[in-house]
Every structure is written in C-alpha cells, then in structure tokens.
Design a protein around this ligand. Sequence first.
Ligand code: UP6
Length: 259
Amino acid sequence: RLKLPFSERAKLAKNAVSQQLFKIMASKKTTLCVAADVTSCTVLLNLAEEVGPHICLLKTHIDVLEDFHPNILKPLQEIADRHNFLLFEDRKFADIGQTVQLQYSKGLYQISSWASLVTAHSLMGKGVLDGLKQSPGLTNRGVFLLAQTSAAESLIDRSYVDNTVKLARQYGDLVTGVVCQSVLFEDEPGLVQLTPGVHLKSVGDNLSQQYNTPEVVVMDRGADVAVVGRGVTQAASPGDEARKYKEVLWAAYEKRINV
Ligand code: UP6
C-alpha cells in the first residue's frame, strides 16, 4: 500500500467512495482533509469555499453548528461539487445497528442524504456496519472505521485495533478506510488510512490532543489522508494555510512512493 500510487490503488478499492477519493487525490494532488470544526453556517460555507481547491475531503461535526438549518446542505454540496471534494461527517457512530441506522438517515441532520463518508466506532461490532449498510436508498457511501485515536491515554488496546482492522477487511465493499495513527494494513492497498492529529507547529492542546507533523504522519506513520483542523482554521488565511499543508503533504507522499 505505502509505495503504490493512488491512481493504482483506485483500481484495487472495493468501496465506490474509496475509488472516487483515490481519483480526486491523484488528480488534485492533495491528501488534505480539513476538519471544519466551526459553529456557524456562514463560517462553514466561507471556509469550504476558501480551502476547497486544496482538499480532497471536508470533515464536519454538523451538530456543533449553532444555527444549523437543512438549507445549508445545498450550497455546501454545490461548493463540494465545484471544487471536487467529498463531504465527510465525523459522526463516530457507536450504538446498536438499529439506532445507528436512525441516526444516519433520520433526525435533524439526515446525514446519509448528503455525506459521502462517515466515521464509526467498531466498539459494538459488526451491527454498526450492517446498520449503515442497510440504510435505505444509499448509493456511493463509505465508512471510516476508527481503530486508533490521536488522544493521549485512550483506552483502545492492541486486540481492539487488530479486530477493528479485521472488521474493515470483512466489510470491504462498505468500508473506505481506517482512522488510525500507524501502519496497520500494509497488504490492503484498497483501504485508505486517515490520520488526524496533524499540525505544522503545535504538539498538542490542553485536552489530550496530540499532533505530529505532516512529514511524520505520511512517511513514518503511513497516512494516506491527513486531517488538519485548527492548523488551518485558526490561521490568518485558512486558504493559504490549506495550500501549504497540501503541498508539504503531497511532497511527503511523493517521497514515500519514490524512495
Ligand atoms: N479526530 C481527532 N482524533 C481522532 C479522531 N478524530 O482529532 O483520533 C478529529 C476531531 C477533530 C479533528 O474530532 O474534528 O479530528 C482534529 O482537529 P484539530 O486538528 O483541530 O485537533
């Protein structure tokens, strides 16, 4: 996986969104996912517009918007289509399959109607993935399973990590990839490694977040897609900062496939 170019891996992906994502990464030359953790719809739309040319994914926590209204979804989708990136709701589903299915497709946010990608915890086992998979009317949807976290002193142990990767392999048609901090599935080029906890300058925050630099996550820790939140959103110009992250991440990816 680590040495294969994204254009090749697109052909090996079993999940439709993974194929789409690999193609976007290869054509836009970006592995950057911006975590748009902002609390106003206007700020979210402006941020999406600014960073749009430099990202492959826009990751949302849609429930932190204080003025959420379903009207935001159409312009958000329009920006995503125009700049060729995918919408990714970091919902971290973690309930029984039936409840997850309701949380995915119903309620205020109707996540399945607009998010190509979502995250899920593997804690409850296969029911979560069955619930997501059997949600009505879905085409072109994918899931990132969370195997490891960037948080210091998380309770996740080695067997949880191994069993999560096993589940991801079993559900290859639904699972786009794995959220993790180290190389866990080198022999599975169709799966995408998504790694949060990335910052050019900071080493962490005061709430247990831990950061690595773009070079370290791509070269040493195997990241395909890097998630950057505050590193971009708190910069004076998020658009310029996103371009900077895109460029260092892409240089590290090229170095990885060429050495
Ligand atoms: N995230 C992590 N670590 C994980 C999983 N997810 O930080 O293990 C998410 C957070 C946040 C983003 O929910 O949206 O990635 C990181 O933001 P930051 O770059 O501002 O720390």
